[in-house]
Design a protein. Structure first.
Length: 354
């Protein structure tokens, strides 16, 4: 096989099949070429893995993860889920929809990071409410206190007799269980590439932890020559004192333990580029705006303002500066985020186009 050792890939498939899982996503997601962007940049040859089309509440990468994470929670008897993140969180949007599909009660503590703008019922928040999540808005706290608030809510619900599963950001201690889904996604992508007779040189993505961790663990286990490049959406890892490479390697190794695989990652296996985060999480950058317009104009592809626009801005910049050879084949993993486009409409600078 071009992109992986076939025997090792079979071992990974077998390990994944043994994990509890529920059906939530439309899989496999398409692998499509971006001829317009490739032409615009004069190479490399750019493809996109459309995990924005997983289908649950407009889709995204978290839907794959919830197949495994909630599969285990349901097996353990959970009837309630408590989690939280920013108001326009893709994680929370897909979690709320997954809970609705599985008959689980969903409580979300959503952090306002844009002040009054985040109070508008728009984008991901609109979808959270439509699918029945019980939402509380909070502000003026850091991520550590946010996690404490989530854990406290879980205790209150347990006192009412609920069997509670705690999601992010209340539980950041076992992200390897989320990474399992992207070990499976690696298998899916390799199978698609083989069918297309496509040799992949690099995979670029927006990832601060589990998505890249699963892919990295799978790639190393399968002795794949594919280089993975992650571009976080936050300036530092949520775990204080760690580098992104250390965090991602750790999550990947936890994933390996869950799957019963002998492969282990070290930080040197991880490429994580933080140069395109900008002023901070959830703040759209000029380069991100330009990437959104360019990809939209060239290939009709929609990026989101928080994650994929910044990752694509990095890929475009590297290509323009000649840091990626024009004869390379790149797969951009589209992790979703479409609803946030509507909540950030005033930040996109589109008025001048009218």
């Amino acid at each position: 096989m071009r992109n992986a050792n076939e025997q090792r890939l079979a071992e990974l498939r077998e390990a994944l099949q043994a994990r509890p899982r529920v059906s939530l996503a439309n899989l496999p997601t398409p692998l499509e070429r971006c001829p317009g962007l490739t032409r615009e940049l004069g190479g490399p040859d750019i493809w996109v893995k459309r995990d924005d089309l997983t289908g649950l509440a407009t889709g995204g990468n978290k839907t794959r993860m919830f197949e495994y994470v909630l599969g285990r929670a349901v097996e353990e008897g959970a009837d309630t889920v408590v989690a939280g993140a920013a108001v326009q969180s893709n994680y929370c949007r897909q979690l709320a929809a997954a809970c609705a599909k599985l008959g689980l009660e969903c409580h979300l503590l959503l952090h306002k990071i844009r002040g009054a703008e985040d109070e508008e019922i728009q984008g991901g928040l609109l979808l959270d409410l439509l699918v029945g999540a019980k939402v509380e808005m909070i502000e003026g706290i850091d991520w550590v206190e946010h996690g404490e608030r989530i854990r406290q809510r879980a205790k209150e619900l347990e006192a009412q007799g609920k069997r509670v599963h705690i999601g992010r950001v209340g539980d950041e201690t076992s992200l390897g269980k989320y990474a399992v889904a992207y070990a499976a996604a690696f298998v899916e992508l390799v199978e698609q590439a083989e069918e297309l007779e496509l040799t992949i040189d690099e995979i670029w993505m927006s990832s601060s932890d589990a998505t890249q961790a699963g892919l990295a663990l799978a790639a190393k286990h399968c002795e794949s020559p594919i280089r993975l490049v992650g571009l976080p959406a936050v300036p530092q890892p949520i775990s204080p004192g760690w580098t992104f490479a250390e965090c991602i390697a750790s999550h990947g190794n936890e994933c390996a333990e869950i799957l019963g695989l002998p492969t282990r990652l070290v930080p040197d296996d991880i490429t994580s580029i933080v140069d395109y985060v900008g002023p901070g999480y959830g703040v759209l950058t000029d380069a991100g705006r330009e990437a959104m317009r360019l990809v939209g104009r060239c290939d009709g592809l929609l990026l989101d303002p928080v994650y994929t626009s910044k990752a694509m801005a990095g890929l475009i910049d590297y290509a323009r500066r000649g840091l990626i050879a024009p004869d390379r084949t790149i797969v951009f993993l589209h992790t979703g985020g479409l609803p946030a486009l509507f909540a950030y409409a005033d930040s996109l600078g589109l008025e001048a186009l009218l």
